[in-house]
Design a protein around this ligand. Structure first.
Ligand code: 3PG
Ligand code: MG
Length: 346
Protein backbone atom coordinates (compact mmCIF):
# COMPACT_ATOMS: atom_id res chain seq x y z
CA UNK A 1 0.00 0.00 0.00
CA UNK A 2 1.35 3.41 -0.92
CA UNK A 3 1.20 6.36 1.47
CA UNK A 4 -1.16 9.08 0.28
CA UNK A 5 0.40 11.65 -1.97
CA UNK A 6 0.81 15.37 -1.38
CA UNK A 7 -0.85 15.70 -4.77
CA UNK A 8 -4.14 14.70 -3.16
CA UNK A 9 -3.86 17.33 -0.40
CA UNK A 10 -5.85 20.55 -0.29
CA UNK A 11 -3.06 23.06 0.30
CA UNK A 12 -4.49 26.38 -0.85
CA UNK A 13 -4.05 28.93 1.93
CA UNK A 14 -2.60 26.28 4.27
CA UNK A 15 0.54 26.33 6.38
CA UNK A 16 2.52 23.22 5.54
CA UNK A 17 5.28 21.58 7.56
CA UNK A 18 7.65 19.64 5.28
CA UNK A 19 10.25 17.18 6.51
CA UNK A 20 12.98 16.90 3.88
CA UNK A 21 16.29 15.08 4.10
CA UNK A 22 18.73 17.97 3.68
CA UNK A 23 21.48 16.05 5.45
CA UNK A 24 24.18 16.91 2.91
CA UNK A 25 27.91 16.26 3.27
CA UNK A 26 29.72 19.32 4.63
CA UNK A 27 33.40 20.06 4.08
CA UNK A 28 34.92 23.01 5.97
CA UNK A 29 31.42 24.33 6.68
CA UNK A 30 30.48 24.28 3.00
CA UNK A 31 28.15 21.94 1.13
CA UNK A 32 30.18 19.27 -0.69
CA UNK A 33 27.24 17.85 -2.65
CA UNK A 34 23.79 19.43 -2.91
CA UNK A 35 21.99 16.46 -4.52
CA UNK A 36 19.59 16.09 -1.59
CA UNK A 37 18.71 19.79 -1.58
CA UNK A 38 17.90 19.74 -5.29
CA UNK A 39 15.91 16.55 -4.87
CA UNK A 40 13.74 18.28 -2.25
CA UNK A 41 12.64 21.05 -4.63
CA UNK A 42 9.77 19.47 -6.64
CA UNK A 43 7.57 18.96 -3.56
CA UNK A 44 8.19 22.50 -2.33
CA UNK A 45 7.49 23.91 -5.79
CA UNK A 46 4.25 21.95 -5.97
CA UNK A 47 3.12 23.38 -2.63
CA UNK A 48 3.84 26.93 -3.78
CA UNK A 49 2.13 26.37 -7.13
CA UNK A 50 -0.94 25.11 -5.32
CA UNK A 51 -1.15 28.21 -3.19
CA UNK A 52 0.24 27.19 0.19
CA UNK A 53 0.28 30.21 2.51
CA UNK A 54 3.51 29.14 4.20
CA UNK A 55 5.92 26.25 3.80
CA UNK A 56 8.12 25.43 6.76
CA UNK A 57 10.92 22.99 5.96
CA UNK A 58 12.78 21.01 8.57
CA UNK A 59 15.64 18.49 8.43
CA UNK A 60 18.41 17.04 10.50
CA UNK A 61 22.02 17.70 9.57
CA UNK A 62 24.76 15.33 10.68
CA UNK A 63 24.78 13.62 14.04
CA UNK A 64 25.25 16.49 16.52
CA UNK A 65 25.19 15.90 20.25
CA UNK A 66 22.78 18.69 21.18
CA UNK A 67 22.80 22.19 19.72
CA UNK A 68 26.27 22.31 18.17
CA UNK A 69 26.92 25.37 15.94
CA UNK A 70 29.10 23.21 13.66
CA UNK A 71 25.84 21.55 12.55
CA UNK A 72 23.73 24.70 12.19
CA UNK A 73 21.31 24.52 9.27
CA UNK A 74 22.43 27.95 7.94
CA UNK A 75 24.52 26.80 4.92
CA UNK A 76 21.73 24.42 3.87
CA UNK A 77 19.13 27.15 4.32
CA UNK A 78 21.24 29.51 2.21
CA UNK A 79 21.51 27.00 -0.64
CA UNK A 80 17.82 26.07 -0.49
CA UNK A 81 16.62 29.68 -0.55
CA UNK A 82 19.05 30.43 -3.39
CA UNK A 83 17.52 27.58 -5.43
CA UNK A 84 13.97 28.44 -4.39
CA UNK A 85 13.58 32.11 -3.55
CA UNK A 86 10.03 32.41 -2.23
CA UNK A 87 8.96 34.65 0.62
CA UNK A 88 6.62 31.91 1.88
CA UNK A 89 9.52 29.53 2.56
CA UNK A 90 10.96 29.17 6.05
CA UNK A 91 13.64 26.72 7.23
CA UNK A 92 13.78 25.48 10.81
CA UNK A 93 17.02 24.87 12.71
CA UNK A 94 18.53 21.34 12.68
CA UNK A 95 15.88 19.01 14.11
CA UNK A 96 18.57 17.10 16.02
CA UNK A 97 19.14 20.19 18.16
CA UNK A 98 15.78 19.29 19.75
CA UNK A 99 16.31 16.86 22.65
CA UNK A 100 13.15 14.91 21.77
CA UNK A 101 13.90 14.41 18.08
CA UNK A 102 15.70 11.09 18.08
CA UNK A 103 13.54 9.68 20.89
CA UNK A 104 10.43 10.25 18.74
CA UNK A 105 8.99 12.39 21.51
CA UNK A 106 5.37 13.39 21.06
CA UNK A 107 5.68 16.79 22.78
CA UNK A 108 8.54 17.62 20.40
CA UNK A 109 6.34 16.63 17.48
CA UNK A 110 3.62 18.95 18.83
CA UNK A 111 6.12 21.81 18.99
CA UNK A 112 7.07 21.21 15.35
CA UNK A 113 3.41 21.03 14.37
CA UNK A 114 2.42 24.18 16.24
CA UNK A 115 0.57 26.57 13.95
CA UNK A 116 0.78 24.20 10.97
CA UNK A 117 -2.20 22.74 9.08
CA UNK A 118 -0.58 19.75 7.40
CA UNK A 119 2.55 17.69 7.29
CA UNK A 120 4.38 16.38 4.24
CA UNK A 121 7.16 13.85 4.66
CA UNK A 122 9.54 13.95 1.72
CA UNK A 123 12.60 12.74 3.64
CA UNK A 124 13.12 9.34 2.09
CA UNK A 125 16.75 9.26 3.29
CA UNK A 126 15.50 9.48 6.89
CA UNK A 127 12.42 7.28 6.53
CA UNK A 128 14.15 4.40 8.34
CA UNK A 129 14.35 6.60 11.47
CA UNK A 130 11.39 6.81 13.87
CA UNK A 131 12.10 10.36 15.01
CA UNK A 132 9.78 13.18 16.11
CA UNK A 133 10.06 14.96 12.75
CA UNK A 134 9.66 11.79 10.67
CA UNK A 135 7.23 9.66 12.69
CA UNK A 136 5.52 11.21 15.74
CA UNK A 137 4.53 14.38 13.89
CA UNK A 138 2.67 12.34 11.28
CA UNK A 139 0.20 11.41 14.04
CA UNK A 140 -0.24 15.03 15.10
CA UNK A 141 -1.07 16.61 11.72
CA UNK A 142 -2.81 15.25 8.62
CA UNK A 143 0.16 13.58 6.90
CA UNK A 144 1.04 13.13 3.24
CA UNK A 145 3.99 11.73 1.31
CA UNK A 146 6.09 14.09 -0.78
CA UNK A 147 7.00 13.54 -4.42
CA UNK A 148 10.58 12.43 -3.75
CA UNK A 149 9.50 9.93 -1.11
CA UNK A 150 6.97 8.45 -3.52
CA UNK A 151 9.43 8.36 -6.42
CA UNK A 152 12.00 6.57 -4.26
CA UNK A 153 9.44 3.95 -3.17
CA UNK A 154 8.46 3.46 -6.76
CA UNK A 155 11.96 3.11 -8.20
CA UNK A 156 13.43 1.02 -5.41
CA UNK A 157 10.24 -1.04 -5.29
CA UNK A 158 11.05 -2.32 -8.76
CA UNK A 159 14.00 -4.17 -7.26
CA UNK A 160 11.70 -5.93 -4.80
CA UNK A 161 9.56 -7.59 -7.43
CA UNK A 162 10.57 -9.70 -10.40
CA UNK A 163 13.70 -8.23 -11.93
CA UNK A 164 15.45 -8.88 -15.20
CA UNK A 165 18.43 -11.13 -14.72
CA UNK A 166 21.29 -11.26 -14.17
CA UNK A 167 20.70 -9.07 -11.08
CA UNK A 168 24.04 -7.87 -9.72
CA UNK A 169 24.41 -6.29 -6.32
CA UNK A 170 27.55 -4.24 -5.64
CA UNK A 171 28.33 -3.42 -2.03
CA UNK A 172 31.17 -1.40 -0.59
CA UNK A 173 31.79 1.55 1.66
CA UNK A 174 32.76 1.68 5.27
CA UNK A 175 29.64 1.26 7.42
CA UNK A 176 30.32 -2.47 7.52
CA UNK A 177 28.45 -3.17 10.74
CA UNK A 178 25.28 -1.59 9.34
CA UNK A 179 25.52 -3.38 6.05
CA UNK A 180 26.44 -7.01 6.65
CA UNK A 181 22.98 -7.82 7.98
CA UNK A 182 21.38 -6.10 5.04
CA UNK A 183 23.55 -8.01 2.64
CA UNK A 184 22.57 -11.24 4.35
CA UNK A 185 18.87 -10.46 3.85
CA UNK A 186 19.22 -9.09 0.37
CA UNK A 187 22.08 -10.89 -1.30
CA UNK A 188 20.26 -14.17 -1.85
CA UNK A 189 17.97 -12.46 -4.35
CA UNK A 190 20.84 -11.36 -6.57
CA UNK A 191 22.59 -13.62 -9.07
CA UNK A 192 25.97 -12.17 -8.18
CA UNK A 193 27.06 -10.16 -5.17
CA UNK A 194 30.24 -8.13 -5.56
CA UNK A 195 31.88 -6.80 -2.42
CA UNK A 196 34.65 -4.21 -2.40
CA UNK A 197 35.94 -1.45 -0.15
CA UNK A 198 36.20 -1.88 3.58
CA UNK A 199 33.48 -4.53 3.53
CA UNK A 200 35.74 -6.76 1.47
CA UNK A 201 38.48 -6.49 4.09
CA UNK A 202 35.98 -7.70 6.65
CA UNK A 203 35.18 -10.80 4.59
CA UNK A 204 38.78 -11.69 3.73
CA UNK A 205 39.33 -14.30 6.39
CA UNK A 206 35.81 -15.52 6.80
CA UNK A 207 32.57 -14.99 4.92
CA UNK A 208 29.67 -15.07 7.43
CA UNK A 209 27.13 -14.76 4.59
CA UNK A 210 25.33 -17.90 3.47
CA UNK A 211 26.06 -17.34 -0.21
CA UNK A 212 29.17 -16.82 -2.29
CA UNK A 213 30.44 -13.33 -2.99
CA UNK A 214 32.84 -11.95 -5.57
CA UNK A 215 35.73 -10.45 -3.65
CA UNK A 216 38.69 -8.43 -4.96
CA UNK A 217 41.70 -10.43 -6.18
CA UNK A 218 44.06 -7.49 -5.75
CA UNK A 219 44.17 -4.19 -3.93
CA UNK A 220 45.89 -0.84 -4.17
CA UNK A 221 47.86 -0.88 -0.96
CA UNK A 222 49.06 2.25 0.83
CA UNK A 223 51.89 2.56 3.33
CA UNK A 224 49.73 4.81 5.50
CA UNK A 225 46.26 6.35 5.54
CA UNK A 226 47.23 9.40 3.52
CA UNK A 227 46.26 10.85 0.13
CA UNK A 228 49.95 11.00 -0.85
CA UNK A 229 51.05 7.68 0.70
CA UNK A 230 53.38 5.28 -1.14
CA UNK A 231 51.24 2.79 -3.01
CA UNK A 232 51.66 -0.60 -4.64
CA UNK A 233 49.36 -3.25 -6.04
CA UNK A 234 49.21 -6.37 -3.87
CA UNK A 235 47.22 -9.60 -4.02
CA UNK A 236 44.05 -9.30 -1.91
CA UNK A 237 45.24 -11.85 0.63
CA UNK A 238 48.89 -10.80 0.69
CA UNK A 239 48.82 -7.24 1.94
CA UNK A 240 52.33 -6.26 3.13
CA UNK A 241 52.46 -6.01 6.92
CA UNK A 242 51.34 -2.60 8.14
CA UNK A 243 49.98 -1.57 4.73
CA UNK A 244 46.34 -0.69 4.11
CA UNK A 245 44.17 -1.73 1.18
CA UNK A 246 42.58 1.56 0.10
CA UNK A 247 41.16 0.56 -3.28
CA UNK A 248 40.56 -2.54 -5.38
CA UNK A 249 43.39 -3.34 -7.82
CA UNK A 250 43.45 -3.46 -11.64
CA UNK A 251 42.49 -7.17 -11.97
CA UNK A 252 39.51 -6.66 -9.69
CA UNK A 253 38.46 -3.53 -11.57
CA UNK A 254 38.46 -5.51 -14.77
CA UNK A 255 36.59 -8.50 -13.32
CA UNK A 256 34.00 -6.46 -11.38
CA UNK A 257 33.50 -4.23 -14.40
CA UNK A 258 32.80 -7.11 -16.74
CA UNK A 259 30.37 -8.78 -14.32
CA UNK A 260 28.47 -5.51 -13.96
CA UNK A 261 28.44 -4.81 -17.71
CA UNK A 262 26.75 -8.17 -18.35
CA UNK A 263 23.97 -7.42 -15.83
CA UNK A 264 20.37 -6.55 -16.67
CA UNK A 265 19.65 -5.13 -13.20
CA UNK A 266 22.14 -3.51 -10.81
CA UNK A 267 21.94 -2.06 -7.33
CA UNK A 268 25.13 -0.34 -6.20
CA UNK A 269 25.75 0.96 -2.69
CA UNK A 270 29.15 1.99 -1.37
CA UNK A 271 32.48 2.91 -2.97
CA UNK A 272 35.29 0.43 -3.65
CA UNK A 273 37.88 2.48 -1.81
CA UNK A 274 38.85 5.92 -0.55
CA UNK A 275 37.72 7.53 -3.80
CA UNK A 276 37.95 11.07 -2.40
CA UNK A 277 41.71 10.66 -2.89
CA UNK A 278 42.81 10.36 -6.54
CA UNK A 279 45.28 7.55 -5.87
CA UNK A 280 42.44 5.35 -4.63
CA UNK A 281 39.60 6.41 -6.93
CA UNK A 282 40.09 4.04 -9.89
CA UNK A 283 38.10 1.11 -8.45
CA UNK A 284 35.03 3.21 -7.66
CA UNK A 285 35.34 4.92 -11.02
CA UNK A 286 35.49 1.57 -12.85
CA UNK A 287 32.35 0.36 -11.07
CA UNK A 288 30.55 3.66 -11.73
CA UNK A 289 31.41 3.50 -15.42
CA UNK A 290 30.35 -0.14 -15.68
CA UNK A 291 27.01 0.60 -13.98
CA UNK A 292 26.50 3.56 -16.33
CA UNK A 293 27.20 1.32 -19.35
CA UNK A 294 24.48 -1.20 -18.45
CA UNK A 295 21.45 -1.08 -20.69
CA UNK A 296 19.07 -2.39 -18.03
CA UNK A 297 17.65 -1.09 -14.76
CA UNK A 298 20.35 0.44 -12.59
CA UNK A 299 20.02 2.04 -9.16
CA UNK A 300 22.74 3.79 -7.19
CA UNK A 301 22.10 4.62 -3.53
CA UNK A 302 24.04 6.01 -0.58
CA UNK A 303 25.78 9.32 -0.11
CA UNK A 304 29.26 8.29 -1.22
CA UNK A 305 28.23 6.32 -4.31
CA UNK A 306 25.93 9.16 -5.32
CA UNK A 307 28.73 11.67 -4.87
CA UNK A 308 31.05 9.48 -6.97
CA UNK A 309 28.53 9.07 -9.76
CA UNK A 310 27.74 12.77 -9.86
CA UNK A 311 31.40 13.83 -9.74
CA UNK A 312 31.96 11.61 -12.76
CA UNK A 313 29.01 13.23 -14.52
CA UNK A 314 27.28 9.85 -14.91
CA UNK A 315 24.03 10.59 -13.03
CA UNK A 316 22.07 10.68 -16.27
CA UNK A 317 23.39 7.25 -17.28
CA UNK A 318 21.80 5.32 -14.41
CA UNK A 319 18.08 4.64 -14.08
CA UNK A 320 17.72 6.02 -10.55
CA UNK A 321 20.02 7.86 -8.19
CA UNK A 322 18.59 7.27 -4.72
CA UNK A 323 18.91 9.92 -2.01
CA UNK A 324 18.70 7.16 0.57
CA UNK A 325 21.62 5.19 1.92
CA UNK A 326 20.48 3.26 4.98
CA UNK A 327 16.85 3.89 4.01
CA UNK A 328 17.22 2.30 0.57
CA UNK A 329 19.03 -0.68 2.05
CA UNK A 330 16.34 -1.24 4.69
CA UNK A 331 13.62 -0.92 2.08
CA UNK A 332 15.33 -3.49 -0.14
CA UNK A 333 15.68 -5.79 2.83
CA UNK A 334 11.90 -5.81 2.93
CA UNK A 335 11.63 -3.82 6.14
CA UNK A 336 8.82 -1.38 6.84
CA UNK A 337 10.14 2.18 7.08
CA UNK A 338 8.61 3.97 10.10
CA UNK A 339 8.49 7.33 8.29
CA UNK A 340 6.42 5.75 5.53
CA UNK A 341 4.25 3.60 7.78
CA UNK A 342 3.14 6.67 9.76
CA UNK A 343 1.47 8.22 6.71
CA UNK A 344 -2.10 7.05 5.99
CA UNK A 345 -2.41 4.95 2.85
CA UNK A 346 -3.66 6.69 -0.26
C1 3PG B 1 21.59 9.51 5.89
O1 3PG B 1 22.43 10.34 5.56
O2 3PG B 1 21.76 8.29 5.76
C2 3PG B 1 20.28 10.01 6.41
O3 3PG B 1 20.18 11.40 6.32
C3 3PG B 1 20.07 9.54 7.82
O4 3PG B 1 21.08 10.04 8.65
P1 3PG B 1 21.43 9.23 9.97
O5 3PG B 1 22.08 7.93 9.52
O6 3PG B 1 22.37 10.12 10.76
O7 3PG B 1 20.14 8.98 10.70
MG1 MG C 1 23.27 7.04 7.13
Amino acid sequence: MNPRSVETAEVEGKRVLVRSDLNVPLQDGRIADDTRIRAALPTLELLFERGAAEVVVCSHLGRPKGADPAFAIAPVEARLTELLPDARLRVLENTRFLPGETTNDEATARTLADGMDLYVNDAFGSAHRAHASTEAVAHVLPAYAGLLLLAELDHLGRLLGEVERPFVLVAGGSKVEDKLGVLQNLGGRADTVIVGGKMAEELRDENPLDFAVELPSDVVAAASFDAAADTRVAPYDELPAGWLGLDIGPDSRERFGSIVRRAATVFWNGPMGVFEWDAFAAGTKAVAEAVAAVNGYTVVGGGDSVRAISELGLDDDVSWVSTGGGASLELLEGKELPGVAAIPAG
